[in-house]
Design a protein around this ligand. Sequence first.
Ligand SMILES: [Zn+2]
Length: 59
Amino acid sequence: MNKTPSLSPPEVMDFCANPECAAEIVEGQLAVRYGQHLYCKMGCAAKSIGITTVSAGEE
Ligand SMILES: [Zn+2]
């Protein structure tokens, strides 16, 4: 099998498991793994598992 030089775009490994995002996760990208799922960023993972950021003290 021929390895093509880095002219080709990075290979898509997976898609973000957050359905609202579903961004491509490419080879070498920093992604977030949670169980079986892979997310493109921490925010997507957090949202998907029900973690939200709030300002402390605000109702
Ligand atoms: Zn995402």
